[in-house]
Design a protein around this ligand. Sequence first.
Ligand SMILES: NC(=O)c1ccc[n+]([C@@H]2O[C@H](COP(=O)([O-])OP(=O)(O)OC[C@H]3O[C@@H](n4cnc5c(N)ncnc54)[C@H](O)[C@@H]3O)[C@@H](O)[C@H]2O)c1
Ligand SMILES: CC(C)[C@H](C(=O)O)[C@@H](O)C(=O)O
Ligand SMILES: [Mg+2]
Length: 351
Amino acid sequence: MEFKIGVLAGDGIGPEIVEQAIKVMDAVATKFGHQFNYTKALVGAIAIDETGNPYPDETHQVCLDSDAVLFGAIGDPKYDNNPAAKVRPEQGLLGMRQKLGLYANIRPVATFPSLIDKSPLKRDIVQDVDLVVIRELTGGIYFGARGRSEDLTSAFDTCVYTVEEVERILKLAYSYAGKRSKRVTVVDKANVLSSSRLWREVAQRVEKEYTDIETDYMLVDNAAMQLIQWPKKFDVMVTENMFGDILSDEASVITGSMGLLPSASVGRETSVFEPIHGSYPQAAGKDIANPLATVLSAAMLLESLDLLEEAQAVRDVVNKSLNEGVVTEDISGEGKAYKTSEVGAWLAENI
Ligand SMILES: NC(=O)c1ccc[n+]([C@@H]2O[C@H](COP(=O)([O-])OP(=O)(O)OC[C@H]3O[C@@H](n4cnc5c(N)ncnc54)[C@H](O)[C@@H]3O)[C@@H](O)[C@H]2O)c1
Ligand SMILES: CC(C)[C@H](C(=O)O)[C@@H](O)C(=O)O
Ligand SMILES: [Mg+2]
């Protein structure tokens, strides 16, 4: 079969890691007799440099015209270190999520058996963890009114959620839980925030529609602690935009590296598949970043195209590379550290 894939590599390590995922997708295409037609488009700092816009209209059109989009990462220290910058790479990512209506970000976190000892957490804590963070992606404090007082002595950000936004993400989380171990943990800060009290009110209503699913409510500070103390307690964790951002980075500690966690951003228009990590500027151009989060995002992309066997082949070859120690420096420990490009080539050869 033939598919149109939008490719938004972005900044920093973005191009290097996306290149490896494409090698793997091309190997899948050869093995299974498909054709992936890639269209590259600009996003982030590189898009600002070349067009002045972090998410140009042409890029949006490429996303709309694609069956799925593979995304690398955005972000550049020249903007991070300049709080006064008027246009920022992150606006490209947020603009894309908003314009494509990508309201749900699905971030699976599962232990890789061969990496158990790479986690700083104890073996019995990380063994057999299999959870998914479902992060609301187009609402909350990321998209509320923000600004600065006229005399510049204060600034504000606003966290707003509507009943409809909360209901929509909760329903997606419950339908996910229905296919898994039937447990949902709703994470909020309902003891303080009125937006969280709205979440809890809506959740208490939605919960009643899913009588076969067990619901827990947990305050986010407690959830941050329990996530690394007893991660096996969680199956589907659903939460608002900023809490989900923070908790999923925290969860990467369970697997052993930020370079391992993939995600799918789904919603109204074409879905986008993106590693949870950023542009890791310290590693840009050095061929050392772990490409597996992006390769596993490509596996989620294949799954979204109903290419289930193909997605499994990608997961299998990733596991094989981990078992055989063909890995980058973040998880190589005492063993040989392979280059980003070497890992990509090995995966493609062994698919
Ligand atoms: N989705 C995105 O595009 C995205 C996500 C997060 C951060 N950012 C942006 O990225 C820039 C850098 O942010 P940051 O340093 O806070 O976060 P980051 O995720 O880029 O890096 C944090 C740390 O995680 C590790 N890491 C990340 N990716 C890795 C990989 N593939 N292999 C091995 N180790 C990896 C490294 O130790 C790195 O120092 C900022 O401009 C930020 O806004 C973008
Ligand atoms: C870069 C930033 C805007 C983004 C977010 O906070 O959503 C990132 O941290 C992520 O997790 O994709
Ligand atoms: Mg993040």
